[in-house]
Design a protein around this ligand. Structure first.
Ligand SMILES: C[S@@+](CC[C@H](N)C(=O)[O-])C[C@H]1O[C@@H](n2cnc3c(N)ncnc32)[C@H](O)[C@@H]1O
Length: 196
C-alpha cells in the first residue's frame, strides 16, 4: 500500500471513520485482479479509502462512488486529489437512494455496497441493473462486527438493524436472479453474481 493511502487509513482509524477491514479488502482486490475489473460503482465513499485501495489495481480504469455526508465528501475529494487519482475516482455527492442515476452507464464490472446497512437491499435492487451481465455485487458488513440479534444488552435500535441485515441475507439466499457466496472473514462479505 502506498504511503499516502496508509496515512489516510491511519487517520480514518484515529477518527473512528468506519473503513473496510484488511481481510475484506484482500478478498475484493483479488477478485478485481482475477476478473480484470475495469469499472466499479461504490455506495459509501467515506474518506475515499476503499476507492483508493481499489484504484491501485492497474486494471481499474474508473470508479464512481456516492457519499451523502458533506464532511466525508470533502475529505474524500481532498484525499483523492492528494493521491492524484481524481481522473479515475469520481465522487458523487448525495443520497444514493435519491440521486438521478438515469445517465449512468450499464457497464459496471463491480458494485460495492458499503453504506447504510439497513438499506442494503434497496441499494442492491436500485443499482444491480447498472451491472454488466457477468458483473459482481459485493456487500460489506453482513456480520456486523459479530453482534447477534439474540445478544443480550444491545439497544433496541441495534437489534432492529441486525434483524434487517439478517433479513437481507435471507433475501439474498432466496434470490432468483443472483446467487451469493458468503465470506466470513473481516466483517463478512456477500458476493453475488447473476445465475447462468
Ligand atoms: C462504512 S462507510 C464507507 C467506507 C468506505 N467504503 C471505505 O471502506 O473506505 C459508509 C459511508 O456511507 C455513507 N452513506 C450511508 N448511506 C448513504 C446513502 N444512502 N447514500 C450515500 N452515502 C451513504 C456514510 O455517510 C458513510 O460515510
Amino acid at each position: 500500500m502506498n504511503s499516502n493511502i496508509q496515512k489516510i487509513k491511519e487517520l480514518a482509524l484515529i477518527n473512528k471513520v468506519p473503513i473496510i477491514q484488511d481481510a475484506s479488502l484482500e478478498v475484493i482486490n483479488s477478485i478485481i485482479s482475477k476478473r480484470q475489473v475495469e469499472k466499479i460503482l461504490e455506495i459509501g465513499t467515506a474518506v475515499g479509502y476503499s476507492s483508493l485501495c481499489f484504484s491501485t489495481n492497474n486494471c481499474v480504469k474508473r470508479i464512481d462512488t456516492f457519499e451523502r455526508n458533506q464532511d466525508m465528501y470533502n475529505q474524500a475529494i481532498q484525499n483523492i486529489n492528494n493521491c492524484q487519482m481524481s481522473e479515475v475516482i469520481h465522487v458523487h455527492f448525495g443520497d444514493a437512494l435519491e440521486v438521478d442515476i438515469s445517465n449512468f452507464s450499464h457497464d459496471y464490472d463491480l458494485l460495492f455496497i458499503d453504506a447504510a446497512k439497513a438499506q442494503s437491499r434497496r441499494f442492491f435492487e436500485l443499482y444491480s441493473p447498472l451491472l454488466k451481465q457477468d458483473g459482481i455485487i459485493i456487500v460489506d458488513n453482513i456480520l456486523f462486527h459479530g453482534v447477534k440479534e439474540s445478544d443480550e444488552n444491545i439497544s433496541k435500535n441495534l437489534r432492529g438493524l441486525i434483524k434487517k441485515i439478517n433479513l437481507f441475507v435471507e433475501w439474498l439466499k432466496q434470490n432468483e436472479e443472483f446467487e451469493t457466496i458468503f465470506f466470513e472473514g473481516g466483517d463478512g462479505l456477500a458476493i453475488s453474481k447473476r445465475k447462468c
